[in-house]
Structures are given as structure tokens and as C-alpha cells.
Design a protein around this ligand. Structure first.
Ligand code: COA
Length: 224
């Protein structure tokens, strides 16, 4: 363990625990920094993962690595998931909640547009240059990558991941834990079922069943 126990035990220096330590965590950290580390999240930042982060991004930073959630991190601490895959994110979030670590409110990059009535739940991270249209509802612990557009009145489920550049039409339903690949398009009024995966660059023209993986233009089930 490399974290500074004296500093973590200081109640005036709350800690933000990023669950994950690889590229996605690096992106989440960058978003948090842009949100304004001094004002909105005045936290020491701890990266947690089973592996040490291998990204050079971390080399010159004062971040610490926790291999698991230590007792010092459990109470009066906050966490956000830093893993792109919905199922792994859910595992980590469940672990943190079970250990009474508090989720952050939604973290929304300052360059994201949240239109009238758009909202996002706790632990959700919304990257930069995103457009979340009117009345869109995004659940908890979801991820919205940079450049994503979500059309009006759509509902994005808990733990869903919208990868960079994805475009979701109006009045869509993206199920819990679904992953929409980079630059994929989901046409308006469609449902992508719980845990489904839409491949990068796909164009979804009909509903996608729960758990299915679809690819291509138009999107078709990936033969296993
Ligand atoms: C769809 C996806 C989940 C499939 O992953 P997988 O199950 O590991 O599949 P494989 O890589 O073994 O590929 C299986 C077949 O599907 C094809 N395929 C994979 N992804 C594809 C895609 N996005 N579009 C079209 N075909 C694709 C492969 O070429 C391969 O075809 P083949 O059997 O004819 O050789 C994955 O390729 C994908 O697109 N994930 C999203 C990634 C993403 O957006 N990441 C964000 C980066 S920032």
C-alpha cells in the first residue's frame, strides 16, 4: 500500500477514490480535474485497482494506489468508478457500497451540454463535448464518453456505457449495463436491452434484445 494514512485520516481532507487504475480511470481523473478539483471535489484522489496503473499519465502525479478498499477509505469517503465495462463497473460499485463508501454526485464535464430537464444519477460520469438533450434521464454509475450525443427524452440505464462518439436518437431506451460502442448510432425510438452490446460503428435500426451483441450497418447479431 502506498497511500498516506495520516493524510487519509484527516477528516478535513476527504478522499475521492477512483475505482480502477488504467486508461478509463485516467480519463475519469482528467474529467474530475476539469470540473475543478479545488471547488467541487476538494479531495485527495486515490486510485484503486488490482493492478498498479501502467499509464505514464500517473507517473508524475501525487496519486496513491490502493489494492483494495482499506478500512481508512471506508467512512466519509467518496468513490467514482473508473472502469469502462459496465459489468466490471457494477462489481466495483457494489463492493464499494457494501463497504459504506459514498458515491459522488454525477460528475459532468464543464463542456458538456445538459439541456432542459436532462439529469444524471450519482456516480455517473459525463465527459466533455457531449450533448445531453432535453428531458434525457441517465441512471446511476453510467458513463458517457466524449463526443456522445443523446437525443431528447431518452432514458439511459444504470451502469450503461456510451463510448466516445456514440449517437443515441430521441426517445430511446438504453438498458441497464448496456454498452454502446464508439461512434455507434442508435436510431430514434429504439430499445437496447439490458446488458446488450452495440459494436463500434454500428447503426442500430431495430430493437436489440437484452444480452445480445450486434455489429455492423445495419446492426445485426454477432454470430458466436
Ligand atoms: C462488438 C464487440 C463487442 C465484439 O467483440 P468480441 O466479442 O471480442 O468479437 P471479436 O473481436 O472476436 O470479433 C468477432 C467478429 O466480429 C467482427 N467485429 C468485431 N467488432 C466489430 C464491429 N464493431 N463492427 C463490425 N464487425 C466487428 C470481427 O471482425 C470478427 O469477425 P470475423 O469473425 O469475421 O473475423 C467489439 O468488437 C466492439 O466493437 N466493442 C466496442 C468497443 C468500443 O467501442 N470501445 C470504446 C473505445 S474508446
Amino acid at each position: 500500500m502506498r497511500f498516506d494514512r495520516d493524510r487519509l485520516s484527516d477528516p478535513h481532507r476527504p478522499t475521492l477514490l477512483i475505482l480502477g487504475g488504467r486508461g478509463h480511470a485516467s480519463d475519469v481523473l482528467s474529467i474530475i480535474e476539469d470540473v475543478s478539483a479545488d471547488q467541487v471535489f476538494p479531495f485527495d484522489i486515490v486510485i484503486s485497482d488490482d493492478d498498479l496503473p501502467d499509464s505514464p499519465r500517473f507517473d508524475d502525479r501525487e496519486v496513491e494506489v490502493a489494492l483494495e478498499i482499506e478500512p481508512e477509505l471506508k467512512s466519509d469517503r467518496y468513490f467514482v468508478a473508473g472502469v469502462g465495462y459496465p459489468q466490471i463497473r457494477k462489481l466495483l460499485v457494489d463492493r464499494a457500497l457494501a463497504e459504506s463508501v459514498q458515491p459522488t454526485p454525477a460528475i459532468v464535464h464543464p463542456s458538456a451540454v445538459m439541456a432542459t430537464g436532462a439529469n444524471a444519477g450519482q456516480g455517473t460520469v459525463i465527459a466533455g463535448v457531449t450533448w445531453i438533450s432535453a428531458m434525457v434521464s441517465i441512471g446511476v454509475h453510467a458513463y458517457v464518453g466524449y463526443g456522445v450525443k443523446v437525443g431528447h427524452d431518452s432514458i439511459v440505464g444504470d451502469f450503461a456505457s456510451l463510448m466516445p462518439g456514440a449517437a443515441i436518437g430521441g426517445s430511446c431506451r438504453i438498458g441497464e449495463g448496456a454498452l454502446i460502442g464508439a461512434n455507434a448510432v442508435v436510431l430514434q425510438n429504439l430499445t437496447v436491452g439490458e446488458g446488450a452490446v452495440v459494436g463500434a460503428g454500428a447503426v442500430v435500426v431495430e430493437n436489440v434484445p437484452a444480452g445480445a451483441t450486434v455489429v455492423g450497418v445495419p446492426a445485426r447479431p454477432l454470430e458466436s
